[in-house]
Design a protein around this ligand. Structure first.
Ligand SMILES: [Zn+2]
Ligand SMILES: [Zn+2]
Length: 552
């Protein structure tokens, strides 16, 4: 095609480990066709009070949504599929995923009332053509069933989009890492490899699920009371290892937590976890403690998940006590340290034993460490290394590392970069607007929205509401100041400490000229300035101030 270019445009995942959203374009600028790979979320933190889910703003893609041939999802982790229910209405292209992923995506679409969204199943290793793109699913190993890399063939070259992967010689469930296919693609000639950067700072290898299975079996064997294992529900291999550890130690397994039940349902729908039975919590409670193993959600300290409730002793059907053990078969995701230690402290105080990955090798990462990256580059031999799935430091280091492995070109893509992979040398040809969208209750809104600024301001500095009634150019009533978020030293909500602030409001009105009482803006300005200054003197805080003027 005359003037055709091959484009890579990441909109999320190149500044964070999370909210992956990638677009590939082919064609001349005026007539390009696109595919979108992954539509994920990331999670809120202390800087986003009230917001749990965050996703990339797809505004760039929306401008040519009718040119998107397909949305292809590599695997079912939230950072790859979590935004599909929220963003599909803006993109409206058919969705493709392998069976396990599709099962969970269908649920997400249903939750958002999008039962009619076109969702198609692609089988492992299947090849399909979408406009100028031929997509072939490449089976890799990761920490969830059916992790797929994508071989993306175009008239201007072949791209290997790895998705999340590691080289697991014993993945327990699913198929083995398809090294032969990667080598075959390498021989065919890979123009660019778009690759996972998560563990680029880790030497060695991620380790195998088989290793975690052995460690879990040993850890469970040492326990005498009830055992609760907590891990990511989506790690079905780990779920199976936990079940095997239970079986080897004559324990029955009880699943606790909504997402544990959901994922096990998804796994069984694709023929995984066959031959394992689960008992319900009522039956588990009747068994002698040494014959029970709970498998529960909440390894990251989520306050409403099963483990937190068990720790607090307010889970309706699962009780743990002295001589019982909680095994954390998981890692601490940065940002969750405090929530996790809170749960561990609560458990410890109740004399419940803790077992973590420090005592046993009961957790392995799902992402490639440097030895695995080395091997991947050796097999794939791409012309261009395109690191993604990382914070800036991961992406910069991955590019350096790839160059050290004799990859001719390595770039450091950022969210919003529009990169021409071919023809000619790889080049940054445009930077497009990107941002983050917050799921704030039922509203999807920009992270720059004024509401979040105000909420933060109120959360950290408190709020003052000042009202005054004016009639015929004179103060009829007020000013009245109502404070939120301030306390007396003895813990009561602010009361007598408000006196200087009340006085400041009165003083501000007294300082106005008679003619100023017709000017709302002047009154508002004077009151805001005065009470904020007084609050700063009294409390050391600069609160959000609202002034209401009633005229009668
Ligand atoms: Zn993943
Ligand atoms: Zn991921």
């Amino acid at each position: 095609m005359k003037g055709a270019e091959l484009i890579f445009a990441p909109l999320g995942g190149c500044r964070e480990i999370g909210m992956n959203l990638n677009a590939y374009g082919y064609g001349p600028p005026e007539d390009r066709r696109w595919i979108v790979v992954d539509v994920g979320v990331t999670f809120g933190d202390d800087s986003t009070p009230g917001v749990d889910l965050i996703m990339p703003d797809p505004v760039y893609l929306e401008s040519f949504a009718d040119q998107i041939e397909a949305i292809i999802l590599t695997h079912a982790h939230e950072d790859h599929i979590g935004a599909i229910g929220w963003l599909w209405p803006r993109l409206r292209a058919p969705i493709y995923a392998t069976p396990f992923t599709a099962y969970l995506v269908a649920e997400k679409l249903r939750e958002r009332g999008l039962d009619d969204a076109p969702l198609h199943i692609m089988q492992l290793r299947e090849k399909r053509t979408f406009g100028p793109f031929e997509i072939e699913m490449v089976t890799l190993t990761h920490s969830i069933p059916e992790p797929n890399g994508l071989a993306i063939r175009t008239p201007l070259g072949l791209i290997l989009h790895t998705g999340d992967w590691k080289i697991d010689p014993d993945p327990i469930i699913g198929e083995d890492f398809d090294q032969a296919k990667i080598e075959e693609l390498g021989r065919e000639g890979i123009l660019a490899m778009v690759c996972d950067s998560t563990n680029v700072f880790e030497e060695g290898e991620a380790g195998s699920e088989g290793m975690a299975r052995e460690a879990l079996r040993r850890a469970v064997a040492e326990q005498t009371g009830r055992v609760a294992i907590t891990s990511f529900a989506s790690n079905v291999a780990r779920v199976q290892s936990s079940c095997e550890a239970a079986r080897a130690n004559d324990r029955s397994v009880c699943l606790v937590g909504r997402s544990m039940l959901r994922i096990v349902g998804a796994a069984q729908s694709v023929g995984l976890l066959k031959g394992f039975d689960f008992i319900d919590p009522a039956d588990a409670a009747d068994l002698p403690p040494q014959h029970v193993l709970y498998l529960c959600t909440g390894s990251q300290g989520e306050p409403n998940a099963a483990l937190a409730r068990i720790a607090r002793g307010d889970h309706p059907s699962v009780k743990l006590g002295e001589d019982d053990t909680v095994i954390f078969s998981s890692r601490v995701i940065p940002g969750n340290e405090r929530a996790i230690s809170e749960i561990q402290n609560t458990l410890a105080e109740r004399n419940i034993k803790l077992v973590t990955a420090r005592q046993f090798d009961i957790h392995v990462s799902g992402h490639p460490c440097r030895d695995e990256l080395r091997r991947m580059y050796m097999w794939a031999r791409p012309q261009i290394a395109v690191p993604v799935h990382g914070e800036r430091r991961h992406i910069m280091e991955h590019a350096r590392f790839a160059k050290s492995l004799q990859v001719p070109f390595a770039i450091t893509p950022d969210n919003g970069h529009v990169i021409r992979l071919a023809p000619g040398p790889v080049a940054l040809i445009d930077e497009v607007p990107v941002g983050r969208l917050h799921v704030d209750g039922e509203v999807l809104t920009s992270d720059k929205a004024g509401g979040m600024w105000e909420r933060r301001k109120m959360a950290y500095n408190g709020h003052l509401a000042v009202s005054v009634v004016i009639a015929k150019g004179k103060i009829e009533d007020g000013p009245v100041v109502v404070a939120r978020g301030f306390s007396e030293p003895d813990g009561r909500p602010a009361d007598e400490s408000m006196e200087p602030i009340d006085e400041a409001a009165e003083g501000a009105l007294a300082g106005l000229k008679r003619g100023d009482f017709g000017d709302d803006e002047k009154i508002e300005k004077a009151l805001t300035k005065a009470v904020r200054r007084a609050a700063e003197l009294q409390f050391g805080k600069r609160p959000l101030v609202d002034v209401t003027i009633h005229r009668i």
